[in-house]
Ligand binder design. Structure first.
Ligand SMILES: [Zn+2]
Length: 269
């Protein structure tokens, strides 16, 4: 499932559509996570794309006139920028024909993705999203506040979309490895020094992943939404039994809130 760095990589890869006009909207199959609204195509046609923003794992394609196209990639969605006339392939559910002879295809085999048009930022989907860990306003003080009083494992805090938006299981494990904190530790028991390491690790792991994803943007367009992860050298995620890259101790697996956690029992305390 795409996490914040993959979505940010997509956002950057889509910059060439800013300034283009939506000339036609093709809906082949509107049965996504929520069915496409009846006025989906009519609200997009004729609009110009003025900017693309991101909040957590949501993309906000800003349109002339004040509307926004909200997009979420779900489990398997991809937004593919193609030359006009590129043949439709299986699972291309929606296509926007843009000025300058390019088209934007939304391809999603599992259909958990979302496309909605609304005004500005007024989407119920965005109402309960927590802080964006890469936003300039996100601070160590925010993280200290979030951890206060939380008995749940710190990994759950990282993945709680109402607290922090955009971190999933892969990056939560990698962040905790970098911060040298075990995933099952109670968030409220972390020391100020540990929270400072966690804050730094969160920013560093996400920023590094975006850097690697950014270098693979051209691959991303050809492929179907996964390569971002292939470029990331994972330290612990899905590596149970393999040597820790820092100390060679075998990586362990545990389960927290039904999700696999991976950690080094020597480096992570
Ligand atoms: Zn280790």
């Amino acid at each position: 499932m795409p996490e914040l760095p993959e979505v940010e990589t997509v956002r950057r890869s889509l910059q060439p559509i800013v300034g283009r006009r939506i000339e036609a909207v093709e809906v082949f199959d509107g049965r996504l996570r929520r069915p496409l609204a009846a006025d989906f195509a009519s609200r997009l046609a004729g609009r110009c794309i003025t900017a693309i923003d991101r909040r957590a794992k949501y993309l906000l394609v800003r349109l002339s006139g004040g509307d926004t196209l909200l997009a979420h990639l779900g489990m398997s969605g991809a937004l593919l920028l193609q030359p006009a006339g590129t043949a439709r392939v299986e699972h291309d559910h929606v296509r926007l024909q843009l000025s300058g002879r390019v088209q934007l295809a939304f391809n999603d085999p599992r259909r958990f993705g979302l496309l909605r048009v609304g005004r500005g930022d007024r989407f119920t989907e965005l109402d309960h999203i927590g802080l964006d860990p890469l936003d300039d306003t996100f601070s160590l003080g925010n993280l200290v506040t979030l951890a206060r009083g939380r008995k749940k494992p710190v990994k759950n805090l990282l993945m709680d979309q109402r607290a922090l938006g955009g971190i999933g299981n892969i990056y939560a494990n990698e962040i905790l490895f970098r911060a040298r904190i075990r995933p099952g530790r109670q968030a409220r028991r972390l020391t100020r020094a540990e929270l400072a390491r966690l804050f730094d690790a969160t920013r560093a792991v996400l920023a590094h992943a975006i850097e690697l994803g950014g270098s693979s943007i051209s691959d991303y367009r050809d492929a179907s939404g996964r390569p971002g992860y292939f470029h990331l050298r994972l330290s612990v995620y899905d590596r149970a039994g393999a040597p820790c890259p820092r100390c060679r101790t075998a990586v362990r697996r545990a389960v927290h809130a039904g999700r696999s956690s991976f950690y080094c029992p020597t480096c992570q305390k």
